[in-house]
Design a protein around this ligand. Structure first.
Ligand SMILES: C[S@@+](CC[C@H](N)C(=O)[O-])C[C@H]1O[C@@H](n2cnc3c(N)ncnc32)[C@H](O)[C@@H]1O
Length: 249
């Protein structure tokens, strides 16, 4: 099946409840593992302020809050933000949640650590839009603060892409079609529930590790650590499922 890219696909997709079914394996346990890696790597004291950029339903932010850190989270999806709010109330934890778009949000308050986790990057068509937030963050991150970036490893994806899958979750048939074209990984998602079929798309610009590191360096950040998965294994370009980069201002 041809996978066509839909402009601003991220608006409908992340606002839908279907997103939560398709990514139900991206859960609190995975978030806990990644937060443990982040804490082990930069060892922040408890007064540090985290900003979870594109916090979704708050899975990473809530782990940090449970550890006693002050966490601000923003996201474009009102649906995911209200879920984050509900989750924080249910766990008796505090999150400072805001609606915002990567292409325009900025902060007057100085932040110690910005988190940009689970491929919340590369959604826009131009590099200027994709890097807009990174450039802005350099100005509101404190001197010595960090930007943690968790993204697709391009070489691994190219070798391992599965063109078509079908699963059943919560009685819904979920069919996904993937391809790589024009430096983007595109996905069409069809969700069939009884007689209705909902269709969504995803499209992420694929940047090489070199391009990303150079772009962050150009902004002023210095790379201090890289990993290839959430367990903290070394990054190996051909083998690692993730590209996890720690930058410092
Ligand atoms: C793959 S999810 C990751 C969410 C969260 N970081 C996690 O790991 O669960 C991508 C997130 O980016 C958000 N998002 C998409 N486009 C955005 C935009 N233009 N500005 C801010 N957030 C956006 C989505 O709503 C979604 O929560």
């Amino acid at each position: 099946m041809k996978v066509l890219m839909k402009k601003e696909w991220f608006k409908d997709w992340f606002e839908s409840n279907d997103y939560l079914d398709v990514y139900n394996h991206r859960d609190d346990k995975e978030a806990q593992t990644l937060i443990e890696l982040i804490i082990k790597t930069i060892n922040p004291s408890k007064e540090k302020i985290f900003l979870d950029a594109a916090c979704g339903f708050g899975r990473h932010a809530l782990v940090l809050s449970s550890l006693g850190y002050k966490v601000i989270g923003f996201d474009l999806s009102r649906n995911l933000l209200s879920m984050a709010k509900r989750n924080s109330l249910a766990k008796n934890l505090t999150l400072d949640l805001l609606a915002g778009d990567f292409r325009s949000i900025t902060f007057k308050k100085k932040i110690d650590i910005v988190l940009n986790l689970f491929t919340s990057f590369g959604y826009f068509e131009t590099d200027d839009d994709n890097f807009h937030f990174v450039k802005g963050a350099y100005h509101f991150i404190k001197e010595g603060g960090y930007y943690v970036f968790d993204y697709i490893n391009l070489s691994y994806l190219k070798k391992n892409i599965v063109k078509e899958t079908e699963r059943i979750i919560e009685g819904k048939i979920i069919r996904e079609f993937r391809n790589i074209e024009n430096d983007r990984v595109n996905k069409k998602i069809l969700i069939q529930e009884r007689n209705t079929i909902a269709e969504y798309s995803e499209s992420v610009k694929l940047y090489s590790p070199e391009f990303l590191i150079n772009s962050f360096n150009y902004t002023g950040f210095e790379l201090i650590k890289q990993y290839g998965d959430y367990l903290g294994n070394n990054f190996e370009e051909q083998e690692s499922p993730r590209l996890i980069l720690f930058f410092q201002k």
